[in-house]
Design a protein around this ligand. Structure first.
Ligand code: KIV
Length: 281
């Protein structure tokens, strides 16, 4: 088995120009699959709220939800590094709150790192968590936990002022100790500049090809999510259709009495059956 991916291996991959792969997972079988397929990092994103729990956004996701799902993913991932989102309002209140909740996530799941959304405003939290020895992945650009303030799921950093702020925030996160930064929904030119300025890796989602790595939501990649599909998503499989075919075939065979067949049933000696019938009258 290959060695576990670490923050150091990710930094080395950036240095060598090797692209980093990241996919989300929220349960054991999916984490087992993407790990076995060779993904470098698994993100237990709070996109959990939308693609697994059926919420409209990520705001209702709790720390307990993340721990519950994170634990299952961490149990399955042999090689991939597992990173867990700290959900809305579990790190914004104070450095102490952020440290305590990051500590809980790491201790109770067995994951290797946490992800926080935001720039300068969360730098103190990042300093606290990394100071306690927990690796932190930053997240800039479209930060879904602030979707209300952003006025919707929109591309960020399209003008000079907001683009400069993105670059500044990325540098602040690096200085605060983050081992990498997710850039979501930002123009590729801004992502390229940030990637060149940082010595830590950038992981893009809707941020173009110049990032050091890419992340997508598993349910989008596999064609399992029926909600809105953003422009930056590429669907690589039609798993939902395949699963639907399986379920429909099962229903049909049960209804027609074709399942279960003999090969799925357990026999017993005929003499015992006869004896049983006699005893029962
Ligand atoms: O929650 C999530 O899945 C994420 C990725 C989209 C980066 O934050």
């Amino acid at each position: 088995m290959s060695a576990k991916v670490t923050t150091l291996s990710l930094r080395e991959m950036k240095k060598q120009g090797e692209k980093i792969t990241m996919l989300t997972a929220y349960d054991y079988p999916t984490a087992e699959l993407v790990d076995e397929a060779g993904v470098d990092t698994i993100l237990v994103g709070d996109s959990l709220g939308m693609v697994v729990l059926g919420y409209q956004d990520t705001l209702a996701v709790t720390l307990e939800d993340m721990i519950h799902h994170g634990r299952a993913v961490a149990r399955a991932a042999k090689r991939a590094m597992v990173i867990i989102d700290l959900p809305f309002m579990t790190y914004q209140i104070s450095r102490e709150q952020a440290m305590a909740n990051a500590g809980r996530v790491i201790q109770e799941t067995g994951a290797q790192a946490v992800k926080l959304e935001g720039g300068e405003e969360i730098a103190e939290a990042v300093r606290g968590i990394t100071g306690a020895g927990v690796p932190v992945l930053g997240h800039l650009g479209l930060t879904p936990q602030s979707v209300g303030q952003m006025g919707g799921f929109k591309v960020q950093g399209k003008d000079l002022e907001t683009a400069r702020k993105l670059v500044r925030d990325a540098l602040i996160l690096e200085e605060a100790g983050a081992f990498g930064v997710v850039l979501e929904c930002v123009p590729w030119a801004v992502a390229k500049i940030i990637t060149e300025k940082l010595s830590i890796p950038t992981i893009g989602i809707g941020a173009g090809k110049y990032c050091d790595g890419q992340v997508l939501v598993y349910h989008d990649v596999m064609g399992l999510y029926t909600g809105h599909r953003p422009k930056f998503v590429k669907q690589y499989a039609r798993a939902r259709q395949e699963m639907m075919n399986g379920v429909a075939a099962y229903i049909q065979e049960v209804q027609q009495g074709a399942f279960p067949g003999e090969e799925h049933s357990f026999g017993m000696p005929e003499a015992v059956v006869e004896e049983l019938k006699k005893v029962l009258g």
